[in-house]
Design a protein around this ligand. Structure first.
Ligand code: ATP
Ligand code: MG
Length: 282
């Protein structure tokens, strides 16, 4: 069953799309079957993976969530064999309003996933820069959320609101939702402000912050215009190195969680409990 990770932060321009696309591409080269869901009406993720909006105006994430389209028809191949994308376009901007009167409007994405969750190892959702109904759908459908954060002044501003939204989702819709981690992005090691802010974020969130830090790297800013993830655009760049390290961290974290699960002793069934109680009484 796919692990579903929502990349979210209501702040704009913090590296959500860059991280979704490039983490997904690195997971795909690690032979993980990976799907990107572009849940942002800006459609940046779709363009960054080489899709032209004319290719998918008839069937994309909008049709899978709002219409009756099967999500499988809204999934497209990319240059990487293990990487697929469910794209979006401007139509999705009306979705929040269209969904308002719909039954179970927060579960549209979750319901759309039912038919594909065994087809992938990872599903990464690129959220829009808001905490509206689209992001709520993403958090309701996800197993975990990842917060890209720029190491700039005011990076943590707005975080209380983000945490509040997550709490609301956990309490009302998706109790199993976990924090995947905070990802420091666009880091410039020469800037003392960046070092101060990243130290402050690590002090605050401790081991919830990924060890991998994404550096500011011009190749990462260039590759979307070629419709390629960084590992196909420049494998030797610092950006490639960082997202490959992040993919490794994500995979190892999931493996460690799996081992923890396996070590939980099996719960005895009712008849075994009855037997052992009876034995003790004898
Ligand atoms: N590590 C990086 N180094 C250099 N440029 C970067 C890096 N990460 C992202 N960028 C650039 O910064 C801009 C914002 O990044 P991105 O689109 O990933 O942010 P976002 O959070 O998805 O934005 P939005 O909130 O608008 O969806 C883009 O032009 C992107 O190419
Ligand atoms: Mg984006």
């Amino acid at each position: 069953m796919a692990k579903i990770i929502a990349l979210m932060n209501q702040k704009g321009g913090v590296g959500k799309t860059t991280s979704t696309i490039n983490l997904a591409a690195c997971l795909a080269v690690a032979e993980k079957r990976t799907l990107v869901i572009d849940l942002d009406p800006q459609g940046n993720g779709s363009v960054s993976l080489g899709l032209d909006s004319s290719q998918h105006t008839a069937c994309n994430i909008y049709h899978a969530m709002i219409g009756n389209a099967d999500i499988r028809e809204a999934i497209y191949e990319t240059e990487l064999p293990n990487l697929h994308i469910c794209p979006s376009d401007n139509n999705l901007s009306g979705a929040e309003i269209e969904l308002v009167s719909e039954f179970a409007r927060e579960a549209k994405l979750k319901n759309a996933f039912v038919s594909i969750q065994d087809d992938y190892d990872y599903i990464l959702i690129d959220c829009p820069p808001s905490l509206g109904l689209l992001t709520v759908n993403a958090l309701n459908a996800a197993n975990s959320f990842l917060v890209p954060m720029q190491t700039e002044y005011l990076a943590m501003e707005g975080l209380a609101q983000l945490v509040n939204t997550v709490k609301l989702i956990k309490n009302n819709l998706n109790p199993a939702l976990e924090m995947e981690g905070i990802l420091l992005t666009m880091f410039d090691g020469r800037a003392s402000l960046h070092k101060q802010v990243s130290a402050e974020i690590r002090r605050h969130f401790e081991d919830k912050v990924f060890e991998t830090v994404i550096p500011r790297n011009v190749k990462l800013a260039e590759c979307p215009s070629f419709g390629k993830p960084i590992i196909l655009y420049d494998i030797e760049s610092k950006g490639s190195e960082a997202y490959l390290a992040l993919a490794k961290e994500v995979i190892l974290k999931e493996r460690a969680a799996q081992v923890d699960q396996d070590q939980i002793p099996a719960v005895p069934n009712a008849s075994q409990i009855d037997n052992s109680v009876t034995q003790q009484l004898q």
